[in-house]
Design a protein around this ligand. Sequence first.
Ligand code: HEM
Ligand code: HEM
Length: 184
Amino acid sequence: MLRGNRELWLAGLFCVLITGLYGVVVLWTRAIPDAGELFGHSIGILGFVLMLMTEILYSLRKRSKSAAFGRMSAWLQFHIFTGLVGPFMVLLHTSWKFNGLAGATTLLTVIIVFSGIVGRYIYTRIPRTLDGLEIEGTLSQEALKRARQLMSLWHTVHIPIGIALFLSAFAHIGAALYYATLSK
Ligand code: HEM
Ligand code: HEM
């Protein structure tokens, strides 16, 4: 079971701190950090690494079935934390320009974050142990059945969006590095 909203508060706190740092850079340079310059580029790479961790780590833990790697609930909290902070950093990387493929990648990023928020809401409707296993008998069977159906419908939407997002992100990274960095 996910207890409380600790991961949401922590993610919020990190986003405020990162916004502060972004503000300092804006005041210092008197310009919006460019996506291809040191600060904008670094924040994009760091944010993308957090997004990759979001995509991979929770799924690996879910499939390992071994409690030795830590509780599922803690991994899901970490998933949500990196799934909010990573996209936020990537948003600051964009320099508020959303042309072409990079713009489409940003849109997919925003969609997956909103989809995650909806998924968290449905997920927490189902009573679970700390290892994420459902607890039978605490909800009426009808409500439990409905929540399970919604959760599996949600998975069939959320997972393909994630795949599309990373395909598009890798294409953007390849193109950006080639045209903005290597070919100069
Ligand atoms: C999901 C992750 C990412 C998203 C959504 C994203 C989005 C964007 C957006 C919207 C722009 C501005 C495009 C424009 O000028 O209209 C941009 C520029 C850029 N991005 Fe990313 N980015 C991501 C990750 C990365 C990563 C990891 C790198 C580097 C390894 C990177 C390198 C660049 C560079 C170099 C530019 C500047 C391109 C230029 O000046 O023409 N991006 N990105
Ligand atoms: C970069 C952003 C994100 C990516 C790429 C991503 C990707 C994924 C993937 C691939 C899964 C399927 C895991 C599996 O069943 O193997 C998943 C599940 C999930 N994600 Fe995300 N996610 C992101 C952000 C978020 C956010 C922001 C939240 C909540 C606020 C969230 C909440 C969830 C929940 C509740 C599950 C279902 C857990 C389960 O059924 O075991 N995700 N996510």
